[in-house]
Design a protein around this ligand. Sequence first.
Ligand SMILES: Cc1cc2nc3c(=O)[nH]c(=O)nc-3n(C[C@H](O)[C@H](O)[C@H](O)COP(=O)(O)O)c2cc1C
Length: 191
Amino acid sequence: MQICVLNGSPRLHGNTAELLKPFVEVLQQSDVTLNNYTLVQMNVASCKGCYHCQDVQGEYGCYQKDDMHTIAKAIMESDLIVLATPIYIWYCTPELKAVLDRFYGLAKFYRSAKGNFVEGKRVAILATHGYDAAYAADPFVIGIQRMCDHYHMRYDGMYSVRDVDDLASFQTKQAISGAKEFAQYLLNKKA
Ligand SMILES: Cc1cc2nc3c(=O)[nH]c(=O)nc-3n(C[C@H](O)[C@H](O)[C@H](O)COP(=O)(O)O)c2cc1C
């Protein structure tokens, strides 16, 4: 099994990174190939909406030569993609949104090229937020569920923890065991 974790938090040692620690620890202890990307350390430009990728057959095809090509390759090879993000104004951060927009070339639905490199892949969310989970994260969850419908991917759920006391909220026994259990649940879930 191959897993791609995309951390969209701009804070290298922030809440989302803290919640990812126990989650990733469980993945690392199992028999998976893990690609773990901290997006703020990478260079992913925004989608320019040119549709060039939709005329490139058999490969990702975006003309912008940046780190999205590394991420796209990892996504194409992965069974499961984990979207880790703080909620920023009811959605993910711009770092992760840029990657989600740049998914476009991974499926050829609109012009001469055909095919879908992400069909059947699984997607899960790991989120942190200030408001309670439903109020904070529902818009993002709905967006990702619809993205999964659109790309014929499978949404496998979310684990999230509320930021009530900054880093300490993500260091509680409950937050840590919840992150570990979610990782184990994703590992156990059938493809
Ligand atoms: C610019 C900005 C926007 C935010 N927007 C929301 C929001 O819409 N809903 C929410 O519940 N929390 C919001 N928060 C709180 C963060 O989601 C929360 O503090 C999170 O744990 C930060 O994670 P990080 O340390 O990985 O950046 C926002 C924080 C910032 C800085």
